[in-house]
Design a protein around this ligand. Structure first.
Ligand code: PEP
Length: 253
């Protein structure tokens, strides 16, 4: 069975309660009647409730941008998987490069988040990707391999059915320089091959692998047309309904 394309918007640390509500309502309106694509938006924690209200009754799902790997406890400032589930999220982004590189998150820590999310009934979107220096040094596959082995440690094929992987080359995130369709396809094919080793061939064949990194309305179609690209994790272009919906439309076409 062909994999359904999955487009998710990562709003990062943008929007207010009002602009978030309006953006979510516009995405819901724009997606009405479209079949054959999964859509989610991931607002900041503070607006999950408000945005969740705007999405209620629609096929557009709610996701969070991060999670702490414990259900409760003395972890000041953190948000647990059960809280994220309780507020109505289906998805949670884990291991985004802005957290790996900006905040020092390691593969073992990210792996504990993947497990905590799955145990709470959330569907994790695990981000992996190489830096510009790593690519130039010919280390792209070695870096992806390390992030996959580390991030997927201890997962069985059954749990992994609820997993999405987002290939996000760090040099493409927020830079306006996207991977070429060929670069994306090569990386995605490698990720799928390694996931076949780590999680089993059937799980890998069904695995959704999104591309992320400066996806815009004008480059989405060519990237999404690649055989191993199953969707997109969209940052900047998800903050305007028109540009986000154009990317969703490219996934349906
Ligand atoms: C992201 O934040 O995951 C991302 C891919 O950002 P952008 O689309 O802005 O490059």
């Amino acid at each position: 069975m062909p994999r359904t394309k999955f487009i998710a918007g990562n709003w990062k640390m943008f929007t207010t309660a009002q602009t978030g509500r309006e953006l979510a309502a516009a995405v819901v309106k724009g997606c009405a009647g479209w079949a054959g694509v999964r859509v989610a938006v991931c607002p900041p924690f503070t607006y999950l409730n408000v945005v969740g209200e705007a999405l209620r009754g629609s096929p557009v799902a709610l996701g969070a941008q991060n999670v702490y790997p414990a259900n409760e406890g003395a972890f000041t400032g953190e948000v647990s998987p059960t809280m994220i589930k309780d507020v109505g999220c289906r998805y949670v982004i884990v291991g985004h490069s802005e957290r790996r590189h900006g905040l020092g998150e390691t593969d073992p820590f990210i792996n504990s988040k993947v497990h905590a999310a799955l145990n709470a009934g959330l569907d994790p979107i695990l981000c992996v990707g190489e830096t510009s220096d790593q690519r130039k040094a010919g280390r792209t596959e070695a870096v992806l391999d390390g992030q996959l082995v580390g991030g997927l440690q201890g997962l069985n094929g059954g749990q992994a059915q609820r997993l999405t992987i987002a290939y996000e080359p760090v040099w493409a995130i927020g830079t306006g320089v996207n991977a070429t369709p060929e670069q994306a396809q090569d990386a995605h094919a490698f990720i799928r091959r390694r996931c076949a080793d780590l999680l089993g061939p059937e799980t890998a064949a069904n695995l959704t692998i999104q591309y992320g990194g400066s996806v815009k309305s004008d480059n989405a179609a060519s990237i999404l047309a690649q055989p191993d690209v199953d969707g997109a994790l969209v940052g900047g272009a998800s903050l305007k309904a028109d540009s986000f919906l154009a990317i969703v439309r490219a996934a349906v076409a």
